[in-house]
Design a binder for this molecule. Structure first.
Ligand code: GDP
Length: 176
């Protein structure tokens, strides 16, 4: 809102961010091993690179973050163009972020014409006490989809972040 004072604008951004699942935070943890407890993480389209050594191969990843446009609906197909890996993130302490995952998955499949992308499902914020998402339900959903690597992680503590990416990349490098 143009008419709002800047203080109120910041408060609104902060409120929105609390409801965010932590996509930028997970990427920052993975690429730079940092966690910034801030609402200023996603500004502009952003991509980061990270080089991994997996199964004796050097793999250079280009990781694209969303610019927050997911709040206004689906991401356009240009966002998915050329993607080999799609990472879906929900917040373990926010049930509705999990219930929306199926829609995001369908939308990603559609935008990539059901191409054979590898999918990584991340239940983020495992450091929190108020977990609202049922693990068995998640596992069942992943089995149904078939092409899903599933992890609970925390960008804050770093738990499972590197592990998840490494396992996923090893699937891409060395598909069975
Ligand atoms: P994005 O909009 O999905 O990219 O979400 P952000 O990365 O901006 O994170 C949204 C909010 O969740 C911020 O306040 C982060 O500090 C917080 N956050 C992100 N990851 C974690 C986590 O693993 N644990 C906790 N407790 N908070 C997190």
């Amino acid at each position: 809102g143009i008419l709002l004072g800047s203080r109120l604008d910041v408060d609104l951004v902060q409120e929105e961010k609390k409801a965010s699942v932590g996509k930028s935070s997970v990427l920052n943890r993975f690429t730079d091993d940092i966690f910034v407890n801030s609402y200023l993480t996603t500004i502009g389209v952003d991509f980061k690179t990270k080089t991994l050594n997996v199964e004796n191969q050097t793999v250079k990843l280009q990781l694209w973050d969303t610019a927050g446009q997911e709040r206004f609906g689906t991401l356009g197909n240009t966002f998915y163009r050329g993607a080999k890996i799609i990472i879906l993130v929900y917040d373990l302490s926010n049930k509705s972020s999990w219930t929306k995952i199926d829609e995001w998955y369908s939308s990603a499949m559609k935008q990539t014409n059901n191409s054979s992308c590898e999918y990584l499902l991340l239940g983020n914020k495992s450091d929190l006490n108020n977990i609202q998402v049922d693990e068995d339900e998640v596992k069942k959903w992943c089995l149904e989809k078939g092409n899903m690597v599933n992890f609970k992680c925390s960008a804050k503590t770093g738990e499972n972040v590197t592990e998840a990416f490494e396992l996923l990349v090893s699937h891409v490098v060395n598909p069975e």
